[in-house]
Ligand binder design. Sequence first.
Ligand code: SF4
Length: 420
Amino acid sequence: MLESRLMALLSDAPLPLREAERLVREAFETGRLERAPAERIGRQLTADARLRDAVAEAALAARRRWFGTVVTVSPNVFVPLTNLCRDRCTYCTFAKRPGDPGARTYTLAEVADVTAGARRAGCIEALFCLGDKPERAFRSYAEWLAAQGYAATADYLVDACRVAVAGGLLPHTNAGLLTQAQMAALRPWNASLGLMLETTSERLLQKGGAHHAAPDKHPALRLRMHQEAGELRIPFTSGILLGIGETTDERVDALLAIRALSDRYGHVQEVILQPFHPKSDTKMRGSPSAEDDDVVGWVALARLLLGPRVHVQAPPNLATDTLLERLLRAGVDDWGGVSPITIDFINPEAPWPALAALRARTEASGFELRERLPVYPEHLLGAPEFFEPALRARCLELADADGYARARTPERSGTATEAA
Ligand code: SF4
């Protein structure tokens, strides 16, 4: 009996709805979904509406059991410290070369200015998101960096984070691939660090693939950084991209790789499910957008795969008109960073929803929107070993008794701008 069930699971035959329902019910009960059933479900998720509904129903029940009805959001200011990048991912418009229109590196004085404005607007998080190791590709930038007294962007970043903390914000940094020593230097100045795993597909590194000209997108290197962040006990954000050429089995593989590291180190606080939407001035402009059904199905499957310790985030500015409510019903419990004063520099064509509108839509769906820090209550209150004591003390000053953001009154509400 067991053997025949295993054979059925391992086969390529379509999964009967009743069997899929049994598997997701079991995943809900045990908090665990394994590779073989997840792959079979994943192959049918986009095309089979009834199966997708069954997965979403189980995912919603799971998130209610694990996180209640709370949905979180982090009011942030986006600080693209430099948009120079040595990689060339074929879907990206963020990366620039020196001299390109829009190429920009912030001075520390500009970081201080942005920080002050963000504090006045009620932001808590300084999201440092930047290109990967531009000093290795561009001599003029390396010389500028050296003139400031830095050998690497990661060293400059430490001082930028220090400025943001001094200005009253809590940094969360996503600077691409960092060494363990670089992460250790950032740890005292960051509430959490992040790196999108994006995919575990090595095929995408081949000619014609989205990551062919992006040496920092090698999955093994990115997984190593996830592991080293775990060894350093740093609350960590990961994520996958949906629609850059990966297969459904590769999506399952990426989610399981993150789960394995989360199980081992307990540091993965959230996983972002980020849909691909083509940008007109990129090589992937002709590739199809991730469909809403695809995004909903994979959010739900990720919810079941990742289990009770990891939050599932979907960026609300990348959701089409009616998608927010569907994402909530599929198990999303975090909207990530939403800025009242800066645009999403990675997706400048996608404006953030106003926080008030996001709250209204979240609450109309039966959930409670709570503002959070760039770290979740589970780590902040329950795992003090994940923080430098001084930074944890600063986090606690900004938190309420539940570990979410303390209520505060912005001095003014800003309008999202490119220049901050
Ligand atoms: S996606 Fe990131 S690593 Fe890739 S080119 Fe853009 S900035 Fe660089």
